[in-house]
Design a protein. Sequence first.
Length: 251
Amino acid sequence: MESIATAIVKENWNQEKPGYVKVEYTLGESEKCVTDWIPVMTPYGGSGYAGYHLPEVGSKVVLGFNCGREDMPIVLGCLSNGDDAASERISTEENTTKLIRMKSGYQIFVDEEEKKMVISDSKGENDITILEESGTVCIRAGKKLEFRIGDQIRMTMDKDKVDIAEVLTVTDGILMKGKSITEDPENEVSIKGRSVSVQPKEKISLNSTNVQVEGMQVKIKGNQVGIEGKAGAKIHSDGMMEVKGAIIKLN
């Protein structure tokens, strides 16, 4: 009895023996033999832990026979089919690329020369790329990106907007740039700081049913200052009021 043989996987699911397969191999020159359910060797396994990579139906595998016994075969691993082998697409002379690809298209790709790893979905629309040399992790989502803590969504990003749950805290500094920036809260906007500076290049517009400015000292300064009330205007001081000007005109 040969100690090694090649075979084709015929079945790979048995509820009573999960992780086992049935294979067909040639005995002698022409006799076809189909095994009972036989184990598949894994690179890592034990009580309560294991690596799980079960060969697909139709895969070509290598059989080993324990102690040379025909009734004790073990699947040692898979062989490439040749016509659709992943090795033909990614292999390099220096052997610096590694790939794990599922039949559905999900894959993990590693390029040791470029020092990067890519985890991608079956359509190639969503992936995570780790670039070691630049210290960059790139997350690409086809439609939407969610950040969760526990079961709660804390931030959601899509092509048009970013939604942040509750409070955003920035400990250093924040810079906002864009063709236009709009804040539209449901309740109120509060800005606090030791000093607040607003310096537009052209104009500041405050438009509301009620505009109120308060402070220990309020100064309005400009080359020209105009105060106008369409329905009425009132200037009042509980203390002294002082009006100065090179020329004062009251009409």
